[in-house]
Design a protein around this ligand. Structure first.
Ligand code: UT7
Length: 334
């Protein structure tokens, strides 16, 4: 476990943001052609109605499958989201000191997918991948913030996934959960105030067996109920620790951006923290669980909808395979 709180001396702000979702949409009705399920069951148990799939056209029918030889990759989604974040900030890629790509579905075992993304964008500095599963983007926020306070002027943080390549499309116990997408934030040094008010990171590696995907192509394996139960507890404890370090009361949180795994988990965590449902940023209904991409996708959608104002306190919290968890309290500096 590790945690901390600001200020650190060098202020950091988020100056750009962008998202990318593949064109192909797979509805719950499409999934009924794959296995015995229903739209009602999936909506009731998870809040998910549809998800985007990058790995090519989804082929319904008796041989239904996602075309894993399609053109969409973790890199292409990352490039689009990253380009949008840089354009929004009015920053040239050559001015970026580091690209951190959070992903649990890299395009190759070697090299890191961030290398291809950096080359395509024209990133001026270094690049690396970060894998902390669904807690990855929040780990990445703390890392990006740390690199800026350590002296870099700009860090581009991307969360991107093509989970459709890791999904076992015949496993009705979890195939309906996952989707593809990418979101990006640009962190920049500013004089004065610092955005990061408090944070918390943790991992319990003894829980690998409750959620994993091996290299053998057999797809995601999950003990759903156990993940569900532990997810709520870990997220509440981590968010509480971050809020305490930030000296922020839950009543002061303007926007809660949880990892989008299941609406029932998101709302249960919010309730236990004392945060009303109207303050939750949610995209789960149309994205499903996009792991490292879920928090930036939800934050970017909230930003685009004008839900975030200067001075607002945002709470971000995720958990995932490992089992990992992470949370951060961020003040929006405008
Ligand atoms: O990013 C982090 C990773 N993942 C998560 O956070 C997911 C955590 N887990 C969950 O969200 C939930 O456990 C699920 C949504 C995956 C499942 O919900 P649940 O309420 O735990 O359902 P269950 O697995 O206990 O299944 C209930 C029933 C079973 O039937 P019986 O045994 O009660 O007769 C299942 O066979 O629903 C059945 N079932 C289905 N029925 C229709 C399981 N999958 C399906 C399906 N469609 N797709």
């Amino acid at each position: 476990m590790a945690g901390g709180s600001g200020p650190t001396g060098r202020g950091v702000t988020i100056s750009g943001w962008g998202a990318s979702l593949p064109e192909t949409v797979v509805t719950n009705a499409d999934l009924t052609t794959l296995f015995d399920t229903s739209d009602e069951w999936i909506v009731e148990r998870s809040g998910i109605r549809s998800r985007h799939v990058a790995t090519g056209p989804f082929v319904p029918g008796p041989d239904a499958h996602a075309d894993v030889d399609g053109v969409g990759t973790t890199a292409t989604l990352s490039i689009e989201a990253g380009r949008r974040a840089l354009a929004r900030a009015g920053v040239e890629p050559s001015e970026v000191g580091l690209l951190i790509l959070c992903t649990t579905s890299p395009d190759q075992a070697v090299p890191a997918t961030s290398a291809a993304v950096a080359a395509s964008l024209g990133i001026g500095g270094g690049a690396m991948d970060l894998n902390a599963a669904c807690a990855g983007f929040t780990y990445g926020m703390v890392a990006a913030h740390g690199m800026v306070t350590a002296g870099l002027d700009r860090v581009l943080l991307i969360g991107a996934e093509t989970l459709s390549r890791l999904t076992n499309w015949t496993d009705r116990t979890n195939a309906f959960l996952f989707g593809d997408g990418a979101g990006a934030l640009l962190f920049e040094a500013v004089g004065g105030d610092d955005g990061l008010l408090g944070w918390d990171l943790g991992v319990d590696g003894s829980l690998v067996s409750i959620l994993y995907a091996d290299h053998d192509g057999s797809g995601m394996v999950m003990k759903g109920k156990e993940v569900f139960r532990r997810a709520i507890r870990a997220t509440v404890e981590s968010a509480t620790a971050s809020l305490e370090r930030a000296k922020v009361d839950p009543a002061e949180v303007a926007l809660f951006v949880p990892h989008q795994a299941n609406w029932r988990i998101m709302s249960a965590v919010a309730e236990r923290l004392g945060i009303g449902e109207d303050r939750i940023a949610s995209v789960i209904e149309h994205t499903g669980n996009t792991s490292s991409a879920s928090i930036p996708l939800a934050l970017v959608e909230a930003l685009e909808a004008g839900r975030v104002h200067e001075g607002d306190v945002i709470l971000l919290a995720g958990f995932g395979a490992g089992m990992t968890w992470a949370s951060a309290v961020w003040r929006w500096l405008g």
